[in-house]
Design a protein around this ligand. Structure first.
Ligand SMILES: Nc1ncnc2c1ncn2[C@@H]1O[C@H](COP(=O)(O)OP(=O)(O)OP(=O)(O)O)[C@@H](O)[C@H]1O
Ligand SMILES: [Mg+2]
Length: 395
Protein backbone atom coordinates (compact mmCIF):
# COMPACT_ATOMS: atom_id res chain seq x y z
CA UNK A 1 0.00 0.00 0.00
CA UNK A 2 1.25 3.46 -0.97
CA UNK A 3 -0.07 6.54 0.78
CA UNK A 4 -0.04 9.70 -1.34
CA UNK A 5 -0.25 12.72 0.92
CA UNK A 6 -0.74 16.27 -0.29
CA UNK A 7 -3.34 18.98 0.11
CA UNK A 8 -3.42 19.48 -3.66
CA UNK A 9 -5.93 17.18 -5.34
CA UNK A 10 -4.34 17.55 -8.77
CA UNK A 11 -0.99 16.44 -7.45
CA UNK A 12 -2.53 13.38 -5.86
CA UNK A 13 -4.39 12.54 -9.08
CA UNK A 14 -1.23 12.86 -11.15
CA UNK A 15 0.74 10.55 -8.85
CA UNK A 16 -2.01 7.97 -8.79
CA UNK A 17 -2.13 7.97 -12.55
CA UNK A 18 1.64 7.74 -12.86
CA UNK A 19 1.91 5.01 -10.27
CA UNK A 20 -0.47 2.89 -12.32
CA UNK A 21 -1.30 0.54 -9.47
CA UNK A 22 -4.43 0.01 -7.47
CA UNK A 23 -2.97 -0.19 -3.97
CA UNK A 24 -2.75 3.58 -3.63
CA UNK A 25 -4.59 5.54 -0.99
CA UNK A 26 -4.94 9.33 -0.77
CA UNK A 27 -4.43 11.51 2.28
CA UNK A 28 -5.38 15.17 2.22
CA UNK A 29 -4.05 16.07 5.65
CA UNK A 30 -1.09 15.06 7.73
CA UNK A 31 -3.38 13.68 10.42
CA UNK A 32 -4.93 11.38 7.79
CA UNK A 33 -1.49 9.90 7.10
CA UNK A 34 -1.00 9.08 10.76
CA UNK A 35 -4.47 7.60 10.96
CA UNK A 36 -3.96 5.40 7.92
CA UNK A 37 -0.59 4.22 9.20
CA UNK A 38 -2.01 3.51 12.65
CA UNK A 39 -4.88 1.49 11.19
CA UNK A 40 -3.12 -0.31 8.36
CA UNK A 41 0.42 -0.46 9.67
CA UNK A 42 1.23 -3.85 8.27
CA UNK A 43 0.03 -2.98 4.76
CA UNK A 44 1.62 0.43 4.29
CA UNK A 45 4.96 0.21 2.48
CA UNK A 46 5.56 3.74 1.31
CA UNK A 47 4.34 7.21 2.21
CA UNK A 48 4.84 9.84 -0.49
CA UNK A 49 4.68 13.36 0.90
CA UNK A 50 3.86 15.93 -1.79
CA UNK A 51 5.11 19.53 -2.03
CA UNK A 52 2.59 20.86 0.47
CA UNK A 53 4.13 18.57 3.09
CA UNK A 54 7.76 18.97 2.04
CA UNK A 55 8.06 21.26 5.04
CA UNK A 56 9.25 20.94 8.59
CA UNK A 57 5.92 19.26 9.42
CA UNK A 58 6.53 16.59 6.82
CA UNK A 59 10.10 16.09 7.95
CA UNK A 60 8.93 15.75 11.54
CA UNK A 61 6.54 13.02 10.43
CA UNK A 62 9.36 11.26 8.56
CA UNK A 63 11.50 11.45 11.69
CA UNK A 64 8.67 10.04 13.77
CA UNK A 65 8.18 7.13 11.38
CA UNK A 66 11.90 6.46 11.42
CA UNK A 67 11.63 5.69 15.12
CA UNK A 68 8.12 4.32 15.42
CA UNK A 69 7.59 2.63 12.07
CA UNK A 70 11.05 2.23 10.54
CA UNK A 71 9.82 -0.30 7.99
CA UNK A 72 7.71 2.33 6.23
CA UNK A 73 9.62 4.28 3.60
CA UNK A 74 8.96 8.00 3.30
CA UNK A 75 9.51 9.70 -0.06
CA UNK A 76 9.36 13.45 -0.36
CA UNK A 77 8.45 15.30 -3.57
CA UNK A 78 9.39 18.97 -3.43
CA UNK A 79 8.78 21.96 -5.70
CA UNK A 80 12.47 22.83 -5.48
CA UNK A 81 14.99 20.34 -4.23
CA UNK A 82 17.66 22.29 -2.39
CA UNK A 83 20.76 20.97 -0.68
CA UNK A 84 19.20 22.05 2.62
CA UNK A 85 16.06 20.09 2.01
CA UNK A 86 18.05 17.04 0.96
CA UNK A 87 20.12 17.22 4.09
CA UNK A 88 17.11 17.67 6.40
CA UNK A 89 15.24 14.89 4.62
CA UNK A 90 18.21 12.60 5.05
CA UNK A 91 18.42 13.46 8.74
CA UNK A 92 14.74 12.81 9.16
CA UNK A 93 15.25 9.38 7.63
CA UNK A 94 13.35 9.93 4.36
CA UNK A 95 14.21 7.29 1.75
CA UNK A 96 14.16 9.54 -1.25
CA UNK A 97 13.56 13.08 -2.47
CA UNK A 98 11.95 13.59 -5.88
CA UNK A 99 11.69 16.77 -7.92
CA UNK A 100 8.16 18.08 -8.47
CA UNK A 101 8.14 17.19 -12.14
CA UNK A 102 9.17 13.59 -11.57
CA UNK A 103 8.65 11.10 -14.36
CA UNK A 104 6.68 7.87 -13.94
CA UNK A 105 10.02 6.02 -14.12
CA UNK A 106 11.53 8.10 -11.33
CA UNK A 107 8.47 7.47 -9.20
CA UNK A 108 8.47 3.74 -9.89
CA UNK A 109 12.18 3.51 -9.06
CA UNK A 110 11.80 5.44 -5.81
CA UNK A 111 8.82 3.37 -4.72
CA UNK A 112 10.60 0.12 -5.63
CA UNK A 113 13.65 1.16 -3.62
CA UNK A 114 11.63 2.19 -0.59
CA UNK A 115 9.55 -0.95 -0.94
CA UNK A 116 12.56 -3.25 -0.98
CA UNK A 117 14.07 -1.58 2.08
CA UNK A 118 10.69 -1.89 3.75
CA UNK A 119 10.45 -5.59 2.92
CA UNK A 120 13.96 -6.19 4.20
CA UNK A 121 13.19 -4.44 7.47
CA UNK A 122 9.91 -6.24 7.91
CA UNK A 123 11.69 -9.57 7.58
CA UNK A 124 14.41 -8.60 10.00
CA UNK A 125 12.61 -6.96 12.85
CA UNK A 126 10.30 -8.74 15.17
CA UNK A 127 6.68 -7.95 14.37
CA UNK A 128 5.90 -6.98 17.95
CA UNK A 129 8.13 -4.05 18.68
CA UNK A 130 7.25 -2.01 21.69
CA UNK A 131 7.06 1.39 20.04
CA UNK A 132 7.19 3.22 23.32
CA UNK A 133 10.11 1.39 24.87
CA UNK A 134 12.68 3.80 23.47
CA UNK A 135 11.37 6.41 25.85
CA UNK A 136 11.38 4.40 29.06
CA UNK A 137 14.39 5.14 31.16
CA UNK A 138 15.68 4.34 34.61
CA UNK A 139 17.85 7.09 36.09
CA UNK A 140 19.71 6.28 39.30
CA UNK A 141 21.23 9.00 41.45
CA UNK A 142 24.16 7.67 43.41
CA UNK A 143 27.13 8.57 45.57
CA UNK A 144 29.09 6.36 47.87
CA UNK A 145 29.31 9.13 50.43
CA UNK A 146 26.44 10.43 52.56
CA UNK A 147 25.09 13.94 52.61
CA UNK A 148 26.41 15.10 49.24
CA UNK A 149 22.98 16.02 47.88
CA UNK A 150 21.65 12.85 46.25
CA UNK A 151 18.10 13.24 47.50
CA UNK A 152 18.10 16.91 46.63
CA UNK A 153 19.29 16.13 43.07
CA UNK A 154 16.99 13.12 42.62
CA UNK A 155 13.84 14.95 43.75
CA UNK A 156 14.51 18.03 41.64
CA UNK A 157 15.52 15.97 38.62
CA UNK A 158 12.22 14.10 38.86
CA UNK A 159 10.31 17.40 39.16
CA UNK A 160 12.06 18.87 36.12
CA UNK A 161 11.54 15.75 34.00
CA UNK A 162 7.85 15.84 34.94
CA UNK A 163 7.68 19.53 34.00
CA UNK A 164 9.07 18.62 30.60
CA UNK A 165 5.94 16.58 30.00
CA UNK A 166 7.17 13.15 31.03
CA UNK A 167 5.33 10.63 33.14
CA UNK A 168 7.77 10.28 36.06
CA UNK A 169 8.01 8.08 39.13
CA UNK A 170 10.52 8.87 41.88
CA UNK A 171 11.63 5.86 43.94
CA UNK A 172 13.10 6.24 47.42
CA UNK A 173 15.52 3.35 47.69
CA UNK A 174 17.06 4.73 50.86
CA UNK A 175 15.18 2.04 52.76
CA UNK A 176 16.58 2.87 56.20
CA UNK A 177 16.27 6.62 56.24
CA UNK A 178 14.64 7.81 53.02
CA UNK A 179 13.18 11.26 53.35
CA UNK A 180 11.84 12.08 49.91
CA UNK A 181 8.26 12.13 51.22
CA UNK A 182 9.34 14.76 53.70
CA UNK A 183 11.23 16.73 51.06
CA UNK A 184 8.05 16.80 48.95
CA UNK A 185 5.65 17.25 51.86
CA UNK A 186 3.78 14.08 51.03
CA UNK A 187 2.06 11.63 53.36
CA UNK A 188 2.22 8.26 51.64
CA UNK A 189 -0.37 5.68 52.60
CA UNK A 190 1.61 2.89 50.99
CA UNK A 191 5.33 2.49 50.47
CA UNK A 192 7.95 0.48 48.65
CA UNK A 193 7.58 -2.12 51.38
CA UNK A 194 3.95 -2.76 50.46
CA UNK A 195 4.77 -2.85 46.75
CA UNK A 196 7.57 -5.38 47.20
CA UNK A 197 5.20 -7.64 49.19
CA UNK A 198 3.09 -7.91 46.04
CA UNK A 199 5.98 -7.79 43.58
CA UNK A 200 5.13 -11.15 42.03
CA UNK A 201 1.65 -10.10 41.06
CA UNK A 202 2.01 -6.40 40.27
CA UNK A 203 1.13 -5.08 36.85
CA UNK A 204 1.42 -1.60 35.36
CA UNK A 205 -1.99 -0.51 36.60
CA UNK A 206 -1.75 -1.99 40.08
CA UNK A 207 1.67 -0.55 40.82
CA UNK A 208 0.15 2.93 40.64
CA UNK A 209 -1.85 2.10 43.73
CA UNK A 210 1.37 2.18 45.77
CA UNK A 211 2.39 5.64 44.63
CA UNK A 212 1.73 9.07 46.06
CA UNK A 213 1.17 11.91 43.66
CA UNK A 214 2.98 15.21 44.08
CA UNK A 215 0.35 17.70 42.90
CA UNK A 216 2.67 20.64 42.22
CA UNK A 217 4.81 18.75 39.69
CA UNK A 218 2.68 15.78 38.67
CA UNK A 219 5.34 13.23 39.58
CA UNK A 220 4.51 10.08 41.54
CA UNK A 221 6.54 8.93 44.53
CA UNK A 222 7.20 5.39 45.66
CA UNK A 223 8.17 6.25 49.22
CA UNK A 224 10.65 4.51 51.50
CA UNK A 225 9.18 2.30 54.25
CA UNK A 226 8.05 4.33 57.23
CA UNK A 227 9.63 1.98 59.74
CA UNK A 228 13.36 1.49 59.19
CA UNK A 229 13.13 -2.07 60.55
CA UNK A 230 11.08 -3.16 57.52
CA UNK A 231 14.05 -2.54 55.23
CA UNK A 232 15.68 -5.81 56.22
CA UNK A 233 12.69 -7.84 55.15
CA UNK A 234 12.79 -6.45 51.59
CA UNK A 235 14.67 -8.62 49.13
CA UNK A 236 16.70 -7.23 46.26
CA UNK A 237 14.75 -9.46 43.84
CA UNK A 238 11.43 -7.97 44.87
CA UNK A 239 12.85 -4.46 44.45
CA UNK A 240 14.08 -5.40 41.00
CA UNK A 241 10.69 -6.71 39.89
CA UNK A 242 8.92 -3.60 41.19
CA UNK A 243 11.42 -1.44 39.27
CA UNK A 244 10.75 -3.42 36.08
CA UNK A 245 7.01 -2.88 36.37
CA UNK A 246 7.58 0.83 37.02
CA UNK A 247 9.86 1.00 34.01
CA UNK A 248 7.17 -0.31 31.72
CA UNK A 249 4.54 1.99 33.23
CA UNK A 250 6.49 5.28 33.30
CA UNK A 251 8.68 7.22 30.92
CA UNK A 252 11.15 7.93 33.68
CA UNK A 253 11.95 6.06 36.86
CA UNK A 254 14.23 8.25 38.98
CA UNK A 255 15.85 6.37 41.87
CA UNK A 256 17.36 7.94 44.98
CA UNK A 257 19.80 5.68 46.78
CA UNK A 258 21.49 5.32 50.17
CA UNK A 259 25.23 6.07 50.21
CA UNK A 260 26.19 2.39 49.99
CA UNK A 261 26.37 -0.41 47.47
CA UNK A 262 23.60 -2.45 49.07
CA UNK A 263 22.04 -5.40 47.23
CA UNK A 264 19.05 -3.15 46.54
CA UNK A 265 21.29 -0.54 44.97
CA UNK A 266 23.03 -3.18 42.87
CA UNK A 267 19.62 -4.40 41.69
CA UNK A 268 18.74 -0.82 40.73
CA UNK A 269 22.03 -0.34 38.89
CA UNK A 270 21.20 -3.47 36.93
CA UNK A 271 18.06 -1.78 35.63
CA UNK A 272 19.69 1.60 35.13
CA UNK A 273 19.99 3.40 31.82
CA UNK A 274 21.55 6.63 33.06
CA UNK A 275 23.58 6.82 36.23
CA UNK A 276 23.89 10.25 37.83
CA UNK A 277 26.88 10.23 40.13
CA UNK A 278 26.91 13.07 42.65
CA UNK A 279 29.98 14.21 44.50
CA UNK A 280 30.94 17.05 46.77
CA UNK A 281 34.17 18.98 46.39
CA UNK A 282 36.22 17.55 49.21
CA UNK A 283 39.07 15.10 49.02
CA UNK A 284 37.32 12.20 50.84
CA UNK A 285 34.25 12.49 48.56
CA UNK A 286 36.42 12.53 45.49
CA UNK A 287 38.46 9.58 46.66
CA UNK A 288 35.21 7.74 47.30
CA UNK A 289 33.90 8.58 43.86
CA UNK A 290 37.10 7.36 42.27
CA UNK A 291 36.50 3.97 43.92
CA UNK A 292 32.81 4.05 42.90
CA UNK A 293 33.73 4.72 39.29
CA UNK A 294 35.90 1.62 39.35
CA UNK A 295 33.06 -0.35 40.89
CA UNK A 296 30.68 0.86 38.17
CA UNK A 297 33.17 -0.23 35.58
CA UNK A 298 33.30 -3.70 37.15
CA UNK A 299 29.50 -3.76 37.18
CA UNK A 300 29.52 -3.06 33.46
CA UNK A 301 28.11 0.48 33.60
CA UNK A 302 29.50 2.14 30.51
CA UNK A 303 31.12 5.53 31.17
CA UNK A 304 29.02 7.17 28.45
CA UNK A 305 25.90 6.23 30.39
CA UNK A 306 27.05 8.17 33.41
CA UNK A 307 26.60 11.83 34.23
CA UNK A 308 29.02 13.26 36.73
CA UNK A 309 27.59 16.00 38.93
CA UNK A 310 29.70 18.18 41.19
CA UNK A 311 27.50 19.61 43.93
CA UNK A 312 28.30 22.82 45.83
CA UNK A 313 30.89 23.39 43.17
CA UNK A 314 31.72 26.96 44.10
CA UNK A 315 32.58 26.20 47.69
CA UNK A 316 35.78 27.90 48.67
CA UNK A 317 37.54 24.71 49.57
CA UNK A 318 40.79 25.01 47.72
CA UNK A 319 39.89 22.57 44.94
CA UNK A 320 39.13 23.50 41.34
CA UNK A 321 36.90 21.62 38.90
CA UNK A 322 40.01 20.95 36.83
CA UNK A 323 41.73 19.33 39.76
CA UNK A 324 38.69 17.20 40.49
CA UNK A 325 38.54 16.05 36.86
CA UNK A 326 42.21 15.24 36.95
CA UNK A 327 41.89 13.23 40.14
CA UNK A 328 38.90 11.33 38.74
CA UNK A 329 40.26 11.06 35.22
CA UNK A 330 36.74 11.88 34.10
CA UNK A 331 34.87 14.92 32.84
CA UNK A 332 32.43 16.70 35.11
CA UNK A 333 29.11 17.08 33.25
CA UNK A 334 27.29 19.55 35.50
CA UNK A 335 28.34 21.79 38.41
CA UNK A 336 25.68 22.83 40.92
CA UNK A 337 26.58 25.92 42.92
CA UNK A 338 26.15 26.12 46.65
CA UNK A 339 23.18 28.19 47.76
CA UNK A 340 21.21 29.06 50.85
CA UNK A 341 18.08 28.48 48.79
CA UNK A 342 18.73 24.73 48.84
CA UNK A 343 18.30 24.12 52.59
CA UNK A 344 15.50 26.69 52.56
CA UNK A 345 13.58 24.79 49.89
CA UNK A 346 14.31 21.45 51.57
CA UNK A 347 12.97 22.77 54.87
CA UNK A 348 9.90 24.19 53.18
CA UNK A 349 9.25 20.85 51.52
CA UNK A 350 9.10 22.52 48.13
CA UNK A 351 11.74 21.46 45.58
CA UNK A 352 13.96 24.34 44.50
CA UNK A 353 13.02 23.73 40.87
CA UNK A 354 9.52 24.92 41.83
CA UNK A 355 10.51 27.22 44.69
CA UNK A 356 13.18 29.19 42.82
CA UNK A 357 12.86 28.30 39.14
CA UNK A 358 15.13 31.13 38.01
CA UNK A 359 17.98 30.39 40.42
CA UNK A 360 21.45 29.30 39.31
CA UNK A 361 20.91 26.02 41.19
CA UNK A 362 17.75 25.30 39.19
CA UNK A 363 19.46 26.06 35.90
CA UNK A 364 22.24 23.59 36.80
CA UNK A 365 19.60 20.99 37.70
CA UNK A 366 17.86 21.71 34.40
CA UNK A 367 21.09 20.83 32.61
CA UNK A 368 21.00 17.40 34.24
CA UNK A 369 17.36 16.98 33.21
CA UNK A 370 18.19 18.00 29.64
CA UNK A 371 21.05 15.55 29.52
CA UNK A 372 18.88 12.74 30.80
CA UNK A 373 15.94 13.72 28.59
CA UNK A 374 18.14 13.90 25.48
CA UNK A 375 19.35 10.38 26.08
CA UNK A 376 15.78 9.28 26.82
CA UNK A 377 14.54 10.59 23.46
CA UNK A 378 17.07 8.65 21.45
CA UNK A 379 15.98 5.38 19.96
CA UNK A 380 18.13 2.43 20.97
CA UNK A 381 21.03 1.75 20.48
CA UNK A 382 21.78 4.48 22.94
CA UNK A 383 24.20 7.16 22.09
CA UNK A 384 26.58 8.27 24.79
CA UNK A 385 25.76 11.24 26.97
CA UNK A 386 29.32 12.42 26.56
CA UNK A 387 29.20 12.43 22.77
CA UNK A 388 25.85 14.27 22.92
CA UNK A 389 27.57 17.00 24.83
CA UNK A 390 30.61 16.92 22.64
CA UNK A 391 32.90 16.01 25.51
CA UNK A 392 35.15 13.01 25.57
CA UNK A 393 35.47 11.18 28.81
CA UNK A 394 39.04 10.29 29.57
CA UNK A 395 39.06 7.04 31.36
N1 LIG B 1 23.97 22.99 46.32
C1 LIG B 1 23.71 23.03 47.64
N2 LIG B 1 23.79 24.18 48.32
C2 LIG B 1 23.50 24.23 49.65
N3 LIG B 1 23.10 23.18 50.36
C3 LIG B 1 22.99 22.00 49.75
C4 LIG B 1 23.27 21.85 48.35
N4 LIG B 1 23.06 20.56 48.03
C5 LIG B 1 22.65 19.93 49.15
N5 LIG B 1 22.61 20.79 50.19
C6 LIG B 1 22.21 20.48 51.57
O1 LIG B 1 22.88 19.32 51.97
C7 LIG B 1 22.05 18.51 52.78
C8 LIG B 1 22.13 17.07 52.33
O2 LIG B 1 21.45 16.92 51.09
P1 LIG B 1 20.72 15.56 50.71
O3 LIG B 1 19.84 15.11 51.80
O4 LIG B 1 20.16 15.73 49.37
O5 LIG B 1 22.01 14.60 50.65
P2 LIG B 1 22.03 13.04 50.45
O6 LIG B 1 23.24 12.74 49.63
O7 LIG B 1 20.75 12.54 49.97
O8 LIG B 1 22.29 12.55 51.94
P3 LIG B 1 22.13 11.03 52.50
O9 LIG B 1 23.35 10.32 52.07
O10 LIG B 1 22.06 11.23 53.98
O11 LIG B 1 20.89 10.48 51.93
C9 LIG B 1 20.66 19.08 52.70
O12 LIG B 1 20.33 19.67 53.92
C10 LIG B 1 20.72 20.13 51.62
O13 LIG B 1 19.97 21.24 51.98
MG1 LIG C 1 19.43 11.10 50.76
Amino acid sequence: LIVIADSDREFRARVIEQAGRDDVIEARRMSDVEKIVAERRTEVRVVLLGPSFATSTGLALAAKFQVEAPEIGVIIAAKTVTADLLRSALHAGARDVLPYSFTPEQLAAAVARADSVARHMRENISPVIDLTDARHRVVTVHSSKGGVGKSFVASNLAVLLAQRGNDVVLVDLDLQSGDLALMLQLHPRRTLYDATRESERLDEAEVRGYLTRHPASGLSLLAAPTEPGLAETITAESVQSVLRVLKSAFQYVVIDTPPLFTDHVLAAIDETDVLVSVTAMDVPSIKNLRVSLQTFELLGVRPERMALVLNRADSKVGLSVGEVEKALRATVDVCIPSSRDVPLSVNRGNPIALDAPKSAVTSALTKIAELVDEVGKLPPPRRSIASKLGVGRKR
